[in-house]
Write a protein that binds this ligand. Structure first.
Ligand SMILES: NC(=O)C1=CN([C@@H]2O[C@H](COP(=O)(O)OP(=O)(O)OC[C@H]3O[C@@H](n4cnc5c(N)ncnc54)[C@H](O)[C@@H]3O)[C@@H](O)[C@H]2O)C=CC1
Ligand SMILES: O=C(O)/C=C/C=C(\O)C(=O)O
Length: 480
């Protein structure tokens, strides 16, 4: 199936008529083509957004809210269609797309449709100076949203929904690896009555289409989720133009397990935090540190549970681990398994590509657990972003904290303990934007979401996102 750009409320081929192949990771076959959009396509999208802005930015909050909630409802009523499309494009189990990705995309629209009606700004009375200050929160204008392939519609809408709720118009680009559900979203937006030009979706490669969005002098803010190297590049391009930037980048998140935790809950959740979505979530706990007194027991129990995970075709209900997103990505992850071996890591389970009868060219990999001799090896320091976790024992709180923080990333951390004082000490000291205690990936969309260090700058979520997508203007009125 071929897809098109969504510009000014209608669907268009790319101006230069150049196309990219779109692959189905479950069987390695090309199943359609997507626009390889040029600067001119991005310019057209920008012009449509610019033309829509005066009216959209003046549309009442109630009307914006109504349209966003309508989009949410339409996503819900098209759940199966969107879940099937997401799974085919990305390789993830349909069951996961149906339970997580598409419901969350719908929640993003519903959440920001409601949030915008509650968003308010501050006022400050300058007592003794006969003056009052109030702060306007005005939409920025045309903004750019660029999203990755791991949670395609989930993350695409996590940016678009607050951007348009706040009164901006958007030029958005999904990953060229997983463009399908973003394409389908265009139809839903029209059906929901989103005015033409408020959302424009251009497809294409990061280095050309994405770069054209970032370089555009009049696209005033960029919200990006993806790899740290790409984020650094975007920051270099955008900084001289003083664009507002929100960068949600990679992670190498510690999962720290103390002996006093609720063991069974920890074990089940750790399987999930390691391998959900084939380990392709920036929040996955890819470095597992276990207190020495329960290390051997954990190792045995964890490996047994991981071995029981079923790698299979994404359409089967029995599948726990679907296909990785692309051949290059599979190769990258497998290279890391080789690096681990070279670094004297022990592969406790997994490590091999899986061939599924009838889908021999699909990108399947066994969930892999590697026991590492030291925390500073490459597999423990670099983001792999696949179904691979490392395992190491620790003896003291101080040691594990040092290892947890000794990576360039700082996105999330998970802590398993029932000791309140330790929880307080550790949560304060962990270098991360998000810390989960005795849980993982429990999301409340009102909370600030983002990382420190090489995991990015800025926060998404709740009013943080609405603040990002607005400019604060203070007005000071003197009276007497
Ligand atoms: N959520 C996350 O934290 C993600 C992390 N990654 C990490 O990054 C690694 C590389 O994956 P990629 O697919 O290459 O991610 P990427 O960072 O290149 O892609 C993310 C998005 O950025 C766009 N993009 C790429 N170059 C751009 C540029 N110069 N200007 C504007 N937009 C650009 C892409 O087209 C895509 O839409 C992965 O192996 C993984 O380690 C990848 C995807 C998501
Ligand atoms: O739940 C969220 O808001 C985000 C989840 C995951 C990512 O941002 C990611 O994997 O990049």
């Amino acid at each position: 199936m071929n897809i098109q750009n969504y510009i000014n409320g209608s669907f268009h081929n790319p101006i230069q008529n150049t196309w990219l192949d779109n692959y189905n990771p479950s069987n390695g076959a090309v199943y359609g083509q997507i626009p390889n959009s040029s600067k001119e396509d991005v310019e057209n999208a920008y012009q449509a957004a610019k033309a829509a802005f005066p009216s959209w930015s003046q549309t009442t909050l109630e009307e914006r809210s109504r349209i966003l909630i309508r989009i949410s409802e339409l996503l819900e009523s098209n759940l199966q269609r969107f879940a099937d499309a997401e799974s085919k494009d990305n390789g993830k189990p349909i069951s996961l797309a149906k339970a997580v990705d598409i419901p969350r995309a719908a929640s993003n629209f519903r959440f920001f449709g409601n949030a915008i009606t509650q968003f308010s700004s501050e006022s400050h009375e300058s007592v003794g100076q006969d003056a009052i200050n109030y702060t306007l929160r005005q939409p920025i204008g045309v903004v750019g949203c660029i999203s990755p392939w791991n949670l395609p519609l989930y993350l695409f809408t996590w940016k678009i929904a607050p951007a348009i709720a706040a009164g901006n118009c958007v030029v958005a680009k999904p990953s060229e690896v997983t463009p399908m559900t973003a394409y389908l979203l265009g139809e839903i937006c029209n059906e929901a009555g989103l005015p033409k030009g408020v959302l424009n979706i251009v497809h294409g490669l990061g280095g050309s289409t994405g770069q054209a969005i970032v370089e555009h002098p009049d696209i005033k803010a960029i919200s990006f989720t993806g790899g740290t190297a790409t984020g650094a590049h975007i920051a270099r391009v955008a900084a001289p133009m003083f664009k507002k930037l929100s960068l949600e980048l990679g992670g190498k998140n510690p999962n720290i397990i103390f002996a006093d935790c609720d063991y069974n809950k920890m074990l089940d959740t750790t399987v999930r935090s390691s391998f959900a979505n084939q380990g392709q979530i920036c929040l996955c706990g890819s470095r597992i540190f276990v207190e020495a007194s329960i290390y051997d027991k954990f190792k045995t129990d964890f490996v047994a549970k991981v071995k029981a995970l079923k790698v299979g075709h994404p359409s089967l209900d029995s599948t726990n681990i679907g296909a990785l997103v692309s051949k290059p990505h599979l190769e990258k992850v497998m290279e890391y398994i080789q690096i681990a071996k070279n670094e004297n890591g022990t592969v406790l389970c997994g490590g091999k590509q899986v061939t599924i009868s009838g889908y021999e060219n699909g990108y399947y990999l066994e969930p892999t657990v590697i026991e590492v001799p030291t925390d500073d090896c490459r597999v423990n320091q670099e983001e792999i972003f696949g179904p691979v976790v490392t395992l190491m024992p620790f003896t003291t709180e101080r040691d594990v904290l040092e290892m947890a923080n000794k990576v360039k990333y700082g996105l999330s951390a998970t802590l398993w303990t029932n000791n309140l004082n330790r929880t307080m000490r550790m949560t304060h000291a962990l270098q991360a934007g998000i810390v989960w205690v005795n849980t993982w990936m429990m999301r409340d969309l009102r909370t600030p979401f983002g990382g420190v260090k090489a995991s990015g700058v800025g926060r998404e979520g709740g009013f943080e996102a609405l603040r990002f997508f607005t400019e604060a203007k203070n007005v000071c009125i003197a009276y007497n």
